[in-house]
Design a protein around this ligand. Structure first.
Ligand SMILES: Cc1cc2nc3c(=O)[nH]c(=O)nc-3n(C[C@H](O)[C@H](O)[C@H](O)COP(=O)(O)OP(=O)(O)OC[C@H]3O[C@@H](n4cnc5c(N)ncnc54)[C@H](O)[C@@H]3O)c2cc1C
Ligand code: SF4
Ligand code: SF4
Length: 611
């Protein structure tokens, strides 16, 4: 008999590990609109199975909670049961010995407080809340509700132009979105249950690349109504596009030399080449809207004057002011805000950073864009100083990895203290205080000063990328426009509550967000401005989709996008990402499970062909 043996994973344990992975994938693919009570009960069941059984609140209490929740679901509970659930969960939370028990109870507590109405609906009417619907995950999570399964099936059939037309019904920027959309549509793709989410953004790019001539949609009869759009970014241009199709007479006012907003004056050309953006905007303008560039509303023309001259106004001025670090020495020459630097690049004014030591402050996508641009502008070193940990960065992980591959250094857990200047007032360094990660506040671990001494980093240039604000000063003067938390206060219809005929949307309402959210706001505004003007024009598609396929179940790897090698791409601002090949697009589009057809009977009554 041996005293010790080497423990190897037995068959049962291996199988359980596999089941955990399957479960993770299934949770990730949980579509919006699931019954939250049912889900909470299922989670509780898993939590109870984890109990070691040592303490009574967890071993017995979680079992009791399960029974109470089951009674809600099987219709035998009354409203008193809900009080008992809350009290029981609260007692377990305060008495369980370890996280297996108290975290499970906390989850139930959050649920009964967060979706009490759903519990009550089960008790009173024995059903899920009538507000719940089960939309197709990709369609509902795309803020503009692009018909993803529709266009993916058209791509699979080789009908690329129709695929893009179908996208334009809801999103007039398929080329830009095919390259830079943050693709929330992929988050809960049901294909994750089989293998990995469909590469929806990549397929969009492929379709656009094979579209041929952009087809201008049919313009409806002229209405004689005039609409002004303030701001030529994705939100304003989307509103202008749809309102023009509806027959209204639209004029876009843009303060800069060119249209595009942050698509041009923010996102660098190596992610969104200017010729692609220009081609897309030219296509939108074929619907007939007028453009007045170099005109700033509030400065050159007041909003009140605009309102007098037009029947309705859509304000989509974005978020373009820089935020300050608020540290000594920030006024030094060579301390530049990210938005200022990218704005110049947007107008093709490329600064020369050859031989400079650059420090970028920030941890979001904008910080990565300026850091990677600085490398392309010839900087000797680029360091990104961030006060939290790398894993806490709000930048997409692939952007952080890309920046590192391009040659940027990420200096995590360092907070800026002051900027050092030379005798001419030019910055020569930045002093940083090392941080230690601390307690969780608002759901994120917060950094605090560590005991380590301050460090100085050599910096000929400091690029500040800590967020953007909204320049609402001239708009606030207009009676009825209110500002809340630094943003224009608009209803979810885009209308302003107390300023009749004025609508607002995009970054100036949400704060800095994403292109597709700005597009969705423009689309919403177009529909509601049309209605405000007394019409009900519908934007529709008559494209007939291919029949549903049944050969898509075999697990297959996801086709990811590839990029030019780092040592080559850092030498220019040309597009960094390669597109899909024909065989990749055919295979990837063939993986879609057609959730619009299978299992989603209450997708608002079926496919939406118009809005
Ligand atoms: C560096 C950077 C990178 C980004 N990368 C991505 C990305 O990869 N993916 C993504 O989805 N999103 C990204 N975003 C966010 C995205 O660009 C914005 O959310 C989006 O452009 C907002 O659209 P918008 O139309 O509301 O505002 P904007 O695009 O900001 O457009 C507003 C327009 O209004 C004009 N304007 C402002 N004031 C006036 C006035 N008084 N009179 C006339 N015109 C005026 C502005 O000049 C501008 O053209 C990025 C943002 C930045 C800054
Ligand atoms: S626009 Fe963006 S979110 Fe919408 S379907 Fe395309 S990639 Fe997804
Ligand atoms: S499998 Fe297809 S239809 Fe289903 S969520 Fe994914 S992309 Fe959408």
């Amino acid at each position: 008999m041996s005293r010790l043996i080497i423990v190897t994973e037995n068959e049962a344990q291996k199988t359980v590990e596999g089941l955990y992975r399957d479960l993770e994938r299934r949770i990730q693919a949980s579509q919006p609109g699931l019954c939250p009570v049912d889900l909470a009960e299922a989670f509780l069941h898993i939590c109870h199975a984890q109990s070691c059984g040592k303490c009574t609140p967890c071993r017995v209490g979680l079992g009791q909670l399960e029974k109470l929740m089951e009674s809600v679901l099987d219709g035998s509970a009354d409203m008193e049961t809900l009080t008992t659930i809350e009290k029981t969960a609260d007692a377990i939370y305060h008495s369980a010995d370890c996280a297996i028990g108290f975290e499970a109870a906390k989850m139930v507590l959050r649920g009964i407080r967060g979706f009490y109405d759903d519990y009550a609906e089960h008790v009173k009417h024995g059903r899920c809340n009538a507000k719940q619907s089960q939309p197709v995950p990709c369609v509902s999570l795309c803020p503009a509700h692009v018909d993803v399964p529709g266009y993916v099936s058209l791509i699979h059939e080789g009908r690329y132009a129709e695929a893009v037309q179908l996208i334009r019904k809801d999103n007039p920027f398929p080329a830009a979105c095919g390259l830079i959309c943050e693709h929330p549509c992929e988050l809960r793709c049901r294909r994750t249950m089989v293998d990995k989410a469909i590469n929806i953004r990549g397929l969009k790019r492929y379709a656009v690349e094979h579209e041929g001539e952009i087809k201008v949609p049919k313009i409806m009869d002229k209405t004689g109504k005039k609409v002004a759009v303030v701001g030529g970014g994705p939100s304003g241009l989307s509103a202008a596009y749809y309102l023009s199709i509806m027959g209204h007479d639209v004029t876009v006012y843009e303060q800069r030399k060119q249209l595009g907003g942050m698509l041009r004056y923010g996102i660098p050309a190596y992610r969104l080449p200017r010729e692609i953006l220009n081609h897309e905007i030219d296509g939108l303008m074929k619907t007939g809207f007028q453009v007045k560039t170099d005109v700033s509303i509030g400065k050159d023309i007041s909003l009140a004057q605009l309102k007098r001259e037009f029947d309705a106004v859509y304000v989509s001025i974005g978020a373009h002011t820089d935020k300050k670090l608020g540290i000594p020495g920030e006024d030094a020459e060579g301390v530049i805000s990210a938005v200022e630097m990218l704005r110049n690049i947007g107008d093709d004014i490329y600064p020369d950073f050859t031989g400079l030591n650059v420090v970028v402050v920030g941890g979001g996508n904008v910080a990565m864009d300026v850091a990677r641009s600085a490398i392309r502008l010839g900087a000797k070193t680029v360091k990104v100083a961030y006060r939290r940990r790398r894993v806490d960065m709000t930048a997409l992980p692939e952007e952080v990895e890309g920046a590192i591959a391009d040659g940027c250094d990420i200096v995590e857990l360092h907070s800026p203290v002051r900027i050092e200047k030379d005798e001419k007032g030019h910055c020569k360094g930045i002093v940083l205080k090392p941080q230690i990660i601390g307690g969780v506040r608002y759901g994120r671990p917060s950094p605090k000063d560590s005991q380590a001494p301050e460090v100085e980093m050599k910096a000929d240039l400091v690029l500040v990328a800590i967020g953007q604000g909204i320049d609402f000063r001239k708009f606030e003067e207009y009676q009825g426009i209110t500002i809340e938390s630094g943003r224009i206060n608009a209803l979810d219809t885009s209308a302003l509550q107390n300023a009749e005929g004025i609508f607002a949307g995009g970054d100036c309402v949400t704060g800095p967000a994403t292109v597709i959210r700005a597009i969705a706001a423009g689309k919403t505004a177009a529909a509601n401005i049309d209605e405000y003007l007394g019409f009900f024009h519908e934007i529709e598609s008559d494209i007939v989709l291919p029949p549903v396929r049944f050969d898509d179940n075999a697990p297959t790897g996801r086709v990811n996008m590839k990029e030019r090698p780092a040592d080559e791409r850092v030498l220019d601002f040309k597009l960094m990402e390669y597109g899909m090949t024909d065989e990749e697009a055919c295979q990837e589009s063939g993986r879609c499970l057609h959730c619009d057809h299978f299992g989603y009977g209450i997708f608002k009554g079926g496919r939406e062909n118009k809005w």
